[in-house]
Design a protein around this ligand. Structure first.
Ligand SMILES: Cc1cc2nc3c(=O)[nH]c(=O)nc-3n(C[C@H](O)[C@H](O)[C@H](O)COP(=O)(O)OP(=O)(O)OC[C@H]3O[C@@H](n4cnc5c(N)ncnc54)[C@H](O)[C@@H]3O)c2cc1C
Length: 267
C-alpha cells in the first residue's frame, strides 16, 4: 500500500470476488476449488446511466397530483408494461430503445439541501437501466442519450430545460466502473443475482459465512450474503464473525429488525 507494508491478524475485503481473490490474494494462493468458484462469478447483466442536473428551480411535474412533487422517486417515461419490457429487452441486447426507455427521477435537494453547494439551488437526477457495452460506444453516444433523457424528463416536467438548467453531468456504466473499480462492468451489486450466486452461494459456498479458506481473510460487501444495495448486511455479519473468531466481546447490539432476521434466517 503506497510502498508500505501493513500487518494485521484480520483482513476484511468488501470488494468483488475477482478483485479480492485474483488481483489481491493471487490465483496461485487460492486453496481447493476457490479459484474455479471465483472464475465462474457472473457480473450484473445491466448497469445504470444517470443524468445529474443542477437547476435554479426543482422539477415541476405537469401533474394534478401534488404528491408527485414530494415523491422520493418518480417514474418517468414508462407508460405501459409493453414499453417497460421493450426497454429491458434493449438493455439486455446491449442498446437503448430511444423511444421506449424510461427510468426514475429524484429531486435530492428536497431531502438534503446541503447537496447543493450554492444555497437555494437544486440538484436532481434521472437514472435508468443501461447496458455496459452499448452499441456505438458510451463516449460517442453520451451527448445523444443525455439529450434524449432530458427531453423525456421535460415532457413531464416542462421546466427541466432552458435557463433553469445550470449544469448537467452524465454518469455512464463506464464511469461507474472508473469511480468504483470493484463495480466491474458497472455491476452495482458486484455480481448477478442468480440462484447460484444467492444465499449460501454468495459469493460461493466456502465464503458465504464471511470467513474464507484463507486464514484471517474475511469478505463482506455486495458480493457476499445477503447481497448488494445499501443494506449493510454483509458488513454487519462480517463484524460479528470477526469479533467471535477473535474472542472480542461485541460492543454493538442488533436492532430489533436485525434480531428478528437473525432468529428467522440464520440461527
Ligand atoms: C449509480 C448507482 C445507483 C445505485 N442506486 C442504488 C439504490 O437506489 N439503492 C440501493 O440500495 N443501492 C443502489 N446502488 C448500489 C449500491 O450503491 C451498492 O450495491 C453498494 O454501494 C455496495 O456497497 P459495498 O460497501 O459492498 O461496496 P462499494 O460501495 O462498491 O464500496 C467498495 C469501496 O472499495 C473501494 N475500492 C475499490 N477497489 C479497491 C482496492 N483495490 N483497494 C481498496 N479499495 C478499493 C471503492 O472505491 C469503494 O469505496 C447504486 C449504485 C450505483 C453505482
Amino acid at each position: 500500500m503506497g510502498g508500505r507494508t501493513l500487518t494485521s491478524d484480520v483482513v476484511i475485503s468488501s470488494l468483488d470476488p475477482e478483485t479480492t481473490f485474483m488481483d489481491l490474494v493471487g490465483p496461485e494462493n487460492l486453496p481447493g476449488h476457490l479459484k474455479d468458484d471465483v472464475s465462474g462469478w457472473e457480473l450484473d447483466k445491466w448497469s445504470y446511466t444517470t443524468v445529474h442536473v443542477a437547476t435554479n428551480e426543482p422539477p415541476e411535474y405537469n401533474c394534478r397530483d401534488r404528491s408527485v412533487r414530494d415523491s422520493f422517486m418518480t417514474i418517468v417515461g414508462i407508460e405501459s408494461t409493453e414499453q417497460l419490457l421493450a426497454h429491458w429487452q434493449a438493455v439486455q441486447s446491449g442498446t437503448i430503445d430511444m423511444d421506449a426507455f424510461g427510468g426514475h427521477t429524484t429531486w435530492q435537494t428536497q431531502f438534503d439541501p446541503h447537496l447543493s453547494r450554492v444555497p437555494g439551488k437544486h440538484v436532481s437526477f434521472f437514472q435508468m437501466h443501461a447496458p455496459y457495452g452499448i452499441a456505438g460506444g458510451w463516449e460517442e453516444r453520451r451527448p445523444e442519450i443525455e439529450a434524449a433523457m432530458l427531453e423525456k424528463w421535460r415532457r413531464v416536467a416542462p421546466n427541466m430545460g432552458g435557463d433553469n438548467i445550470l449544469m448537467t453531468a452524465t454518469e455512464t456504466p463506464e464511469d461507474i466502473e472508473i469511480r468504483m473499480p470493484n463495480m466491474r462492468r458497472g455491476s452495482i451489486k458486484h455480481g448477478d443475482y442468480n440462484p447460484l450466486q444467492l444465499g449460501a452461494y454468495r459469493p460461493n459456498q466456502d465464503c458465504s459465512g464471511t470467513d474464507t479458506p484463507i486464514e484471517g481473510l474475511y469478505v463482506c460487501g455486495a458480493s457476499t450474503y445477503p447481497g448488494g444495495l445499501v443494506i449493510g448486511g454483509p458488513g454487519y455479519l462480517a463484524a460479528n464473525k470477526v469479533a467471535d473468531d477473535l474472542g472480542v466481546e461485541r460492543w454493538w447490539t442488533p436492532t430489533p429488525e436485525m434480531q428478528r432476521y437473525t432468529e428467522t434466517y440464520l440461527d
